[in-house]
Design a protein around this ligand. Structure first.
Ligand code: FES
Length: 162
């Protein structure tokens, strides 16, 4: 009697409990298919999300209007986005204005305007630029910063690609 209870507690046929060889193979094939889809899909995602796409998005932007930027005090700068990249609008102490890309030409760090030194500085490796022309002055940057046109209006400043 106790033997018959024992055989009822332990199923001898695994298929009766839903654990089948066919089911296992189905899940294994599904897992392999998912891994294969990821192996193909990830490079495609990386290609579509590449810097080339970013630069194309940047090239599509022709101008940016900055509301109230005309009130920027002399000797200070405003960081803004031109497309997907940071840019600088500088109001110089002599009341002139300059807009430049804020991406260092050395290794792509974001540069900043230093009003004390009246230079644009890159804190990554110490590169400096002229804040009026964007010319690379010292350190590792190989090229000047790209310059934009600045159009002043009452209540805004428009920065345009040259
Ligand atoms: S990234 Fe700017 S100096 Fe190196």
């Amino acid at each position: 009697m106790s033997e018959s209870v024992h055989t009822q507690d332990l199923p001898m046929d695994p298929e009766s409990e839903g654990f089948t060889r066919r089911g296992f193979v189905k899940y294994a094939i599904g897992g392999v298919g998912l891994a294969y889809a990821c192996a193909i899909g990830y490079p495609i995602y990386r290609y579509l999300n590449s810097p080339v796409e970013e630069s194309m998005a940047m090239a599509a932007v022709k101008e940016v209007t900055l509301p109230d930027a005309d009130k920027l005090p002399k000797g200070s700068a405003l960081v803004f986005k031109f497309g997907v990249k940071p840019a600088l609008l500088i109001h110089h102490p002599d009341d002139s204005w300059t807009a430049l890309t804020a991406v260092c030409t050395h290794m792509g760090c974001t540069v900043a305007y230093d009003p004390g030194k009246t230079k644009i500085v890159c804190h990554c490796h110490g590169g400096t630029y002229d804040p009026k022309t964007g010319e690379n002055l010292s350190g590792p940057p190989p090229r000047p910063l790209k310059k934009f046109d600045v159009v002043m209006a009452a209540g805004s400043v428009t920065v345009k690609r040259i």
